[in-house]
Design a protein around this ligand. Structure first.
Ligand code: F0G
Length: 458
């Protein structure tokens, strides 16, 4: 008999969870204006809001917390992290930042001006926020296959080279300071980018003299997909693949809260010394001195250890298989999901699940509220609320996909938790025709409204 799969770790510390009643949840979600960000964590049973900063650190990482050097300048923890970044990613220059969006802030402060264009594959919301805040435009060049959730494509994060070249051809070089490849592509469903595509994008950018950067939050999961889906890489180690990926780019922003398996932290790494000097100036201004960048020394040390653990094949396999397991259970219940499942999350297709609710009533957010009411499970909307309004017309933007993301923290939940989540959605699928109306906005912020939006039932 083939032995079943089992996680390559055991649990040393546990955190109690409490189940609530449906009546309690009805009251809590109403008090939270149907915005799941406003719930208190005790009001949530299984929290799949994000995989960012919510993962479980290993005992080796906790040891690093104790070993952290809190010197203001020249901390040994900084040099530990520098060595890992140099050896793992091959990028020679870096500054720590307090998280990924802080790295974006430094990069765009140094490179972007009003009217610029930043082409890439479905930029993450904070990335788009930073670009639009500077009156520049994020141009989405993701392949069309990504917006057909039922279509199987092994690399739905890929950039369409035709679309990218069109942006390069139709605009002066000086208006395109960089191209950004997000690995894996969160917005299109945690979908990977193939090595072939990374290389082709890099070559095209080189031809037009445009620097290319990674948004590298989930680079290790991307490397796992390259190994398991791109034939030429089947025999290669994750670290070799990672090195090859980064050899194609000029630099990267990183949210350590994902694939570096820490609760806080990030960095910005690059090759060009002139750019690095500009970045360093902004780092001191916004984050802190160059050897701590807004973090405690202990956070730098835990991130160094986490980067190494995050690239271990056995760990990555158990992580991605857990996400796949949730996907397979949902499929079994008939719940429509983005196929194939991504690296960090399963994305439920809310347009297919609740087709009778108009898009103006926020289908994916309505589904997120239903899931919370059903079993105290918190997911997050990746749809029209998140897409926000067009900066010029201020009209709602309706993206091609209305998704409910179930992001799975690393090394946190067991198979029982996964089965519970799937059963909740299975129940909702059964009674989906009885969900008659969606939600409307009562109050919204001028930018990145989804975090603070207030809604009521239609
Ligand atoms: N880039 C990507 C692809 C991300 O997914 C995130 C964060 C960031 C950048 C920003 O990093 O949070 O450290 O400032 N994503 C989280 C999520 C918040 O839930 O997907 P950060």
């Amino acid at each position: 008999m083939e032995l079943p799969f089992a996680e390559p770790y055991k649990i040393k510390v546990v955190e109690p969870l409490r189940r609530s009643t449906r009546e309690e949840r009805e009251a809590w979600i109403r008090e939270s204006s149907y915005n799941l960000f406003k719930l208190r964590s005790e009001q949530v049973f299984i929290d799949l809001l994000t995989d960012s900063g919510t993962s479980a650190m290993s005992h080796n990482q906790w040891s690093e917390i104790m070993l952290g050097d809190e010197s203001y300048a020249g901390s040994s923890s900084f040099f530990k992290l520098k060595e890992v970044i140099n050896n793992l990613l091959g990028l020679p220059l870096f500054v720590p930042t307090h998280q990924g969006r802080a790295a974006e802030n430094l990069l765009f402060s140094a490179m972007l001006k009003k009217g610029d264009l930043v082409p890439g594959n479905a930029h993450f919301d904070t990335t788009k926020g930073h670009i639009e805040f500077r009156k520049a435009t994020a141009v989405d060049c993701t392949i069309d296959e990504a917006s057909d959730t039922s279509l199987y494509h092994p690399f739905k994060g890929n950039i369409d080279l035709g679309k990218l070249e069109q942006v390069f051809r139709n605009n002066p070089r000086k208006k395109i300071p960089l191209c950004l490849i997000t690995i894996t592509c969160n917005t299109s469903g945690g979908q990977p980018v193939s090595m072939k595509n990374i290389r082709e994008v890099s070559n095209l950018c080189q031809k037009y003299g445009i620097p290319v950067f990674f948004d590298a939050a989930r680079f290790a999961e991307n490397a796992y997909f390259i190994k398991t889906r791109e034939k030429e890489y089947a025999q290669k180690g994750i670290r070799d693949i990672v090195m090859e990926m980064f050899s194609c780019v000029d630099g990267a922003t990183m949210s350590g809260k994902k694939d570096a398996i820490v609760n806080i932290g990030g960095f910005l790494a690059c090759r060009d010394k002139v750019l690095f000097d500009r970045i360093s100036m902004y780092c001191i201004l916004y984050e802190g001195y160059l050897t701590y960048g807004g973090l405690a020394g202990r956070d730098l040390a835990a991130m160094a250890q986490g980067l190494l653990e995050g690239c271990e094949f056995d760990y990555l396999e158990s992580r991605v298989r857990q996400v796949e397991y949730l996907g397979s259970l949902l499929r079994g219940y008939g719940v429509p999901i983005q196929e194939p499942t991504g690296g960090h999350a399963v994305f439920v297709d809310a347009r297919k699940m609740l087709p009778h609710i108009p898009r103006e009533e926020f289908q994916a957010q309505s589904l997120a509220v239903e899931l919370y009411l059903e079993g105290g499970v918190r997911g997050v909307e990746i749809g029209a609320l998140l897409a926000d309004r067009d900066p010029a017309s201020r009209e709602n933007r309706y993206p091609r996909l209305e998704l409910l993301r179930l992001a799975i923290p690393r090394r946190v939940y067991t198979s029982n938790h996964i089965e519970y989540v799937a059963a909740c959605l299975g129940n909702i699928y059964e009674r989906r025709d009885k969900i008659r109306s969606g939600l409307k906005i009562v109050k919204e912020a001028p930018i990145m409204r989804h975090f603070t939006v207030e809604l009521e039932r239609c």
